[in-house]
Design a protein around this ligand. Structure first.
Ligand SMILES: Nc1nc2c(ncn2[C@@H]2O[C@H](COP(=O)(O)OP(=O)(O)O)[C@@H](O)[C@H]2O)c(=O)[nH]1
Ligand SMILES: [Mg+2]
Length: 351
């Protein structure tokens, strides 16, 4: 009896197992039929078009480049009152203006104006108008000499302010405008200074005249003028040293370079004093020393992108009485712009 029961159980288990296997196979077979092969993914045409049409990177706006200086004016932009200002509001304006380095004289003038006239169109608008009133200098830049002479632009300023870089950037602009340019490596204090100028010459397609380290800068400028005259070039942009060994007087040397540059066949049409905006009020004291030696016709204020004290532009013009003609807003070849008071003030105060 037991044997019969065992046999029945074994047979039942076998039959059940067989059933499961058959059912699984059927399911698998059904599955295979049901799932269609995936369609091939559409390939790179789309990718290629996207790459080809990708827009070029946007050039940062002036307000972005002057971001640190703009942030100083955040508090003035956020004063929403119209009409008469409270004492606290006047204090905010005063603090912001002083922090931005526009100087005590301009700050006092703007506050007096706000006290008397209030801010009929809002505080930012009133400050904007006052700042523009302080930036009314004539900013023409002369690029041609008279009587067929070679126009010379001289660049003076202490070491590290950005003279050589500015020369490179301006050479590029002049060449883009169709002028032929010779660079004079008048900073003979270190050989590296002439190497740096030579890199700019290569980059911009300008010609360059250089000499050995320690050579007389006057003779480098003289040779550059000779080269320019012989080749019929339009301009010489002359670099100068921002320092000297103690035995030579830098300012005497600059006066001499200037005399050479202004002699036939050359004519100095602009002398740019280059100042570093990041040094704030120090830039002003440096500037005064150079003014005596070189007959400065314009300021190039560099590194405005690297300072929160952009208001120094206003202080410089007011204190020195010399127009800011160009401003540097970065290290790249395009990062120099003709100074435009409206664009500048708007980038600080436009809401
Ligand atoms: N961020 C910034 N850097 C600048 C600007 N102009 C010049 N520089 C940098 O300042 C440094 C000194 O410049 P350089 O032309 O050698 O000064 P130089 O000694 O007066 O000839 C370099 O690293 C330049 O790239 C500017 O407008 N913005
Ligand atoms: Mg230099």
């Amino acid at each position: 009896m037991i044997i019969v029961i065992v046999i029945v159980v074994v047979v039942a288990v076998l039959v059940a197992g067989l059933g499961v296997v058959v059912a699984r196979r059927r399911r698998r077979r059904r599955g295979r039929v049901a799932i269609p092969a995936p369609a091939r993914a559409a390939m790179p045409t789309v990718l290629v078009t996207e790459l080809a049409e990708r827009p070029s990177l946007e050039v940062p706006s002036l307000a972005q480049r002057l971001g640190s200086s703009r942030r100083v004016f955040d508090r003035v932009r956020s004063l929403s009152s119209v009409g008469a200002l409270s004492t606290e509001q006047l204090e905010v304006v005063e603090e912001v203006l002083l922090r931005s380095d526009v100087g005590v004289a301009t700050t006092t003038m703007i506050l007096d104006n706000l006290r008397v006239n209030g801010a009929p169109d809002g505080v930012a608008s009133a400050v904007r108008a006052s700042l523009l009133d302080s930036l009314t200098a004539e900013r023409t830049v002369t690029a041609t000499a008279q009587n067929g002479r070679v126009a010379v632009w001289l660049f003076v300023g202490v070491n590290g302010v950005g003279k050589t870089t500015t020369i490179g950037k301006l050479a590029k602009r002049q060449i883009d405008e169709g002028r032929s340019v010779v660079l004079a490596a008048g900073d003979t204090f270190r050989a590296a200074a002439a190497d740096q100028l030579e890199q700019w010459a290569t980059r911009t397609g300008a010609d360059i005249v250089r000499s050995a380290e320690g050579a007389d800068p006057g003779s480098v400028v003289h040779d550059a003028l000779g080269r320019a005259a012989a080749r019929g070039s339009d301009m010489v942009l002359a670099d100068t040293a921002g320092r000297r060994s103690n035995s030579t007087n830098l300012l005497d040397e600059l006066s001499k370079v200037r005399r050479v540059a202004d002699r036939e066949p050359g004519q100095v049409v602009e002398t740019f004093m280059v100042l570093d905006a990041t040094t704030g009020q120090n830039a002003l004291s440096q500037a005064r020393e150079f003014l005596a030696a070189a007959d400065v016709t314009g300021i190039v204020l560099t590194k405005l992108d690297g300072t929160a004290r952009g208001g120094i532009v206003v202080a410089i013009e007011r204190d020195l009485g010399i127009p800011v003609k160009f401003v540097g807003i970065g290290e790249g070849v395009e990062d120099l712009i003709a100074f435009d008071p409206e664009a500048f003030v708007d980038s600080l105060l436009d809401t």
